[in-house]
Design a protein around this ligand. Structure first.
Ligand SMILES: [Zn+2]
Length: 312
């Protein structure tokens, strides 16, 4: 601890302290106690969304310790909490969830929450779009990918800010200030995105994708989504289905498609060959990842740039 050494070295210069080794020792103990109690004074936050982990870190600053349970690049749809996660949840004051049924294990988390913990289901306060369930296309569920809307992100920042303030009212000014800074960044990002997307005429704003992750993005930015089902499962899609996809792409004059989790490369090749559409590159659908996708802003910029480049 260099700061302690510096403090003691400075004190040695004072005549009253000079030669008082016993006092220096007790001073050291006192300083150490102060430092450890200030670490304990931080709010413990458990986050099950890579997006909300960033929001909590930005808004909470050095007054919070955030544990991101779902790591960047991990599929949040497939995630299951381990005993160590549940233990951390038991010690956390604030537990952040994407909600809208993203965390099928929410019951387990609520059981593990200690008496001082608040489970904040962030996305539940936002208007829902609907999608077909990934494991059962006959079932309609809430679309959990709300963070692709910057409007929703602004709401999420305020929800997280208020949750932190509720647990640490003494830090109200800091959390409010940090949230305002993050909100200003989102405003700038939105302004940039609108300028970029303006390069695409309205009739070219068509997203053909195999994973219904971009409905909130589409709604906010005037895109229509055409889902290509059957490419994300190991089952071979029927030739009728493939023909339907090709017909849709042709009829809509779509220039590029954005498939994910491709299990059927042969079928995909057939679709691009027959329809004339090219592959549009990879979009970040399910949260933060590595490199440029390590921040919300980087992720969002990548998606906008990839879409504009492919459809222009
Ligand atoms: Zn998803």
């Amino acid at each position: 601890m260099p700061s302690l050494c510096n403090a003691l070295a400075a004190l040695r210069g004072f005549p009253i302290v000079r030669g008082m080794k016993a006092h220096a020792l007790s001073l050291l103990t006192l300083l150490a106690l102060t430092i450890s109690s200030s670490a304990q004074g931080k709010l413990r936050v458990s986050s099950f969304s890579t997006i909300l982990t960033e929001v909590a870190q930005q808004v909470g600053g050095d007054r919070v310790v955030v544990t991101g349970h779902v790591k960047p690049g991990v599929d949040p749809h497939e995630y299951e909490p381990k005993p160590a996660d549940l233990k951390a949840v038991g010690e956390a004051q604030v537990i952040l969830l994407s909600a809208k049924h993203m965390e099928g294990y929410v019951g387990k988390l609520k059981e593990s929450t200690g008496t001082k913990g608040a489970v904040i289901e962030v996305g539940d306060g936002f208007a829902s779009l609907k999608m077909k369930a990934e494991n059962d296309p006959n079932k309609i569920v809430e679309d959990p990918h709300w963070w692709h809307s910057i409007t929703n992100m602004r709401k999420a920042v305020k929800v997280v800010r208020d949750a932190l303030i509720a647990k640490s009212p003494a830090d109200t000014a800091l959390f409010t200030d940090n949230a305002a800074k993050y909100l200003a960044k989102l405003d700038a990002l939105e302004k940039w995105a609108k300028t970029e997307l303006a390069k695409l005429p309205r009739d070219q704003r068509k997203l053909v994708t195999s994973h219904d992750a971009f409905q909130y993005f589409a709604k906010e930015n005037g895109f229509t989504i055409y889902a290509i089902e059957g490419l994300s499962s190991a089952d071979q899609p029927s030739s009728k289905k493939v023909a339907d996809i090709i017909a849709t792409i042709k009829a809509q004059g779509v220039k590029a498609i954005f498939p994910e989790k491709i299990e059927n490369p042969k079928v995909l090749k057939e679709i691009t060959k027959e329809s004339g559409a090219k592959l549009g590159g990879e979009l970040h659908a399910d949260g933060l990842g590595e490199g440029e996708a390590a921040t919300y802003e980087g992720m969002y910029r990548h998606n906008v740039e990839t879409i504009v480049k492919a459809l222009q």
